[in-house]
Design a protein around this ligand. Structure first.
Ligand SMILES: [Ca+2]
Ligand SMILES: [Ca+2]
Length: 268
């Protein structure tokens, strides 16, 4: 995450002072003012939606969220109807929210997403009594085949869920730059390639770091080894929360508080 942030900051700083932009000064200022206004509104909308959902979900335990995800009747990959059904199983009956979460994790329009992505989206708003409850939630999220061990493939699969939220943040951050520089398609491709490569390097580094806690060297992390890793790396407990926040920030573009009706939340 830090690498990607540095990359973005570096790129924006490199290009924000180029001389060829001076000729467009007046138009750019108006565009910048408009962008700032849109950005400010988006931040306010996201904060309002998060505040609203937080009030609704704070009594929902993480364990209940996980139980719905591990329900044997729900396949690992779900379509839009499956996403709505899964939210319904959790006690959230709002088709627009389900559609927004599904479409957020399916930018390529494949029609399917991972059911864990639904759980992660809302997890930061649910009640978690302790850090160990959060780590237990994280361990179960990572453990895709539920054999109580984490393989390298399972860790990679978890971090792949960050790909769309991170690319979405990068694209949003770079919009002003693309509009201003005038080489939208070319720069977009370059930035996308740089961001993808940095992302892959970052995931590899995290997985290598994780397996330094594989004390019995069986290429699996059991619960004790996972706890040892989280003790040595304070980010482990935060990754799920960070991913949840990234998703919630983006949902505000699709859903507002007005889209909810009394009774949408069965557990109130
Ligand atoms: Ca496993
Ligand atoms: Ca092990």
């Amino acid at each position: 995450m830090r690498c990607l942030a540095s990359l973005l900051v570096t790129i924006v700083l490199c290009y924000s002072g180029v001389g060829l932009l001076d000729a467009q000064q007046s138009g750019r200022s108006a565009a910048e003012r408009q962008d700032r206004k849109v950005n400010s509104q988006r931040i306010l909308d996201a904060a309002a939606l998060k505040g609203f959902l937080s009030k609704k979900l704070h009594k929902l335990p993480l364990a209940a969220l996980m139980a719905a995800v591990h329900d044997e009747d729900t396949p690992q990959q779900i379509d839009a109807a499956g996403c709505e059904a899964l939210l319904g199983r959790i006690g959230i009956n709002n088709a627009k929210l389900a559609a927004a979460i599904h479409s957020f994790f399916d930018p390529g329009k494949t029609g399917i997403i991972d059911k864990r992505e639904v759980a992660i989206s809302l997890s930061v708003l649910c009640s978690a009594s302790s850090q160990s409850a959060k780590l237990d939630f994280a361990f179960k999220l990572f453990d895709e085949d539920e054999d109580k061990n984490l393989s390298e493939a399972e860790l990679v699969s978890f971090f792949q869920m960050f790909r769309n939220p991170i690319m979405s943040v990068i694209n949003r951050s770079m919009e002003v730059f693309y509009d201003t520089c005038g080489y939208r398609d070319e720069f977009k491709q370059v930035i996308a390639k740089l961001a993808q490569d940095t992302f892959e390097d970052h995931v590899k580094a995290i997985v290598t770091d994780a397996f330094s806690s594989d004390l019995d060297a069986n290429k699996q992390l059991d619960a004790a080894e996972f706890v040892a890793w989280s003790g040595a790396n304070k980010n482990v407990g935060k990754w799920v929360d960070n991913l949840s926040r990234l998703v919630l920030d983006s949902l505000a573009a699709e859903v507002t508080i007005d889209d909810f009706q009394p009774g949408d939340f069965a557990f109130e």
